[in-house]
Design a binder for this molecule. Sequence first.
Ligand code: 13P
Ligand code: SF4
Length: 329
Amino acid sequence: MITEKKLNPEEMIEQINPTLDLFKEIEKLKIEKNAIILAHYYQEPDIQDIADYIGDSLGLSQEAAKTNADVIVFAGVHFMAETAKILSPTKKVLLPDVKAGCSLADSCPPHLFKKFKEKYPDHLVITYVNCTAELKAMSDIVCTSSNAVQIVESLPKDQKIIFGPDKNLGAWVAKKTGRDLVLWNGACMVHEIFSREKITKLKSRHSEAKFIAHPECESSILEMADYIGSTSGLLKYCKENSATEFIVATESGIIHQMEKENPTKTFIPAPPNNNCACNDCSYMKLNTLEKLYLCLKNEFPAVEVPQNIINEARKPIERMLEISEKLGL
Ligand code: 13P
Ligand code: SF4
């Protein structure tokens, strides 16, 4: 849930003095308000560069849980800011653009998931963090793409499990763990559009390149990959692997960090099955440096989660954080 104010963001952006150094202004505001900027790897380069912490969903949750800041500016999407609010309910959590949602979270409406869950009363519910707070409140454990395999493996072999909302991540986890998971039929629009045919052609033109993919991609894409992992896993692989070329099947924002960390290596976005040749997440890219500046200045829009949902959703997120800490993730 988002607090509403009658302000037109476009008009506010137009009013920003074009000579203003937004990087400097944001730094000043951060000190004034004891604020921290947490950014996901899919954010635009300027936002990644000004962030205090940049990471994947697990790292961002861990930072949100431990920060001493009074204000968290979450440069990511709504479910990420909501998770930060659930973990730090007394802090103000700001999201630069209220419309920064997630197609995967939208693919699992809580009232339908409730009915689905009722069909499997003896199953434990693991939900991927890319879902609404209401869905988390219906779950036993939350996971991210960094720890989904380990979270499933931490449960007894005979434990029956529902996994949602991402069917692709779920199928990959089922394959890796040898478990029979009951999957919700959800997916991410960015990771579902990669073209196997175009990737095959690209791989033959770059025969030395490693092909790497996020587990939200379809199995027909994942089976071609040299490495599959979360955004932080993909970054680590590119740093540690001796290859000099990588074809990357995930949102294109991550290429900024890949290039920064590996200036002599080449990163090629995997081609999607459409004509725009673009792997942008339209939600992630709604946040801009201007909107980040305005939200910090005005402390708006702030993410709010009802107290009863915070109480229920906190338990499965904390369970994930505890298991991850034990495993050193
Ligand atoms: P990561 O946790 O791997 O960063 O994934 C987040 C996400 O939204 C992928 O689409
Ligand atoms: Fe959601 Fe997909 Fe965007 Fe990630 S890339 S935030 S899963 S829509």
